[in-house]
Design a protein around this ligand. Structure first.
Ligand SMILES: [Zn+2]
Length: 228
């Protein structure tokens, strides 16, 4: 199941191909997309998902977050990474999944991107954060991701907050809060528990409206499709 998750996640990353261009103009997006498409079709793409992953990890350009225009400030950096997470959330909605997207970065390097795939994988734990973390471990070749950051459009749930602790991430940035399952500030505050020997910096509210409206629109459409 884990392999299946990773493979699905990487296929998604290959299709979206937007990691090089967050926050840039439309023409730049098109140009870089073409480049990404070329890279994705490179001979070392591999016959399976694993080969594809190796290809991405090896190519320095694929891993760079801001190759064309470095962010002017830490705030702009966060915004541009969260825009990538929002794109993953939109792609999840397009697949008829609850629209949540996540990106794992370390410094100026994207380690992984993913959207929720609970329905597709028939796995209630296949949240965007879990898939992104699994993929990031694989990309980094490390079992922990000290100094890495996770950006996610919705407050991580209890499960994902626990996984973030296991991964030893340095920082989590999320969009909308989740009163029902949120494990960072809403339902409980897992990162603040006494006795933990690892602290995770966390900030919420970045693109909260956009993140929440994706979710609202999704559930509104669901209700319309099956009123009862
Ligand atoms: Zn979760």
């Amino acid at each position: 199941m884990r392999g299946s998750r990773i493979q699905q996640n990487l296929l998604l990353s290959g299709n979206s191909g937007l990691c090089l261009t967050a926050g840039l103009g439309e023409s730049e997006i098109c140009g870089s997309n073409a480049l990404v498409a070329q890279l994705d079709r490179a001979p070392d793409y591999g016959s399976g998902g694993w080969g594809f992953e190796s290809s991405r990890a090896r190519h320095p350009l694929m891993a760079l977050l801001f190759p064309l225009r470095p962010p002017a400030s830490p705030q702009e950096r966060d915004q541009r990474i969260m825009e990538l997470a929002l794109r993953e959330a939109q792609l999840a909605a397009d697949r008829d999944e609850v629209p949540v997207g996540a990106v794992v970065v370390r410094g100026n390097e994207i380690l992984a991107r993913a959207g929720n795939r609970v329905e597709e994988l028939k796995d209630a734990t296949a949240h965007a954060e879990m898939l992104a973390l699994t993929s990031a471990f694989e990309a980094a070749g490390e079992k922990r991701l000290v100094d890495a950051e996770l950006f996610v459009t919705l407050e991580p749930c209890i499960q994902c907050a626990g996984a973030i602790l296991h991964a030893r991430l340095a920082r989590v940035v999320f969009g909308a809060t989740d009163p029902k399952f949120g494990g960072v500030v809403s339902l409980t505050q897992i990162f603040e528990l006494d006795g933990l020997n690892h602290r995770v910096l966390h900030e919420g509210g970045l693109f909260a409206d956009e993140s929440a409206s994706l979710l609202r629109d999704f559930f509104r459409a669901k209700r319309k499709a099956s009123p009862s």
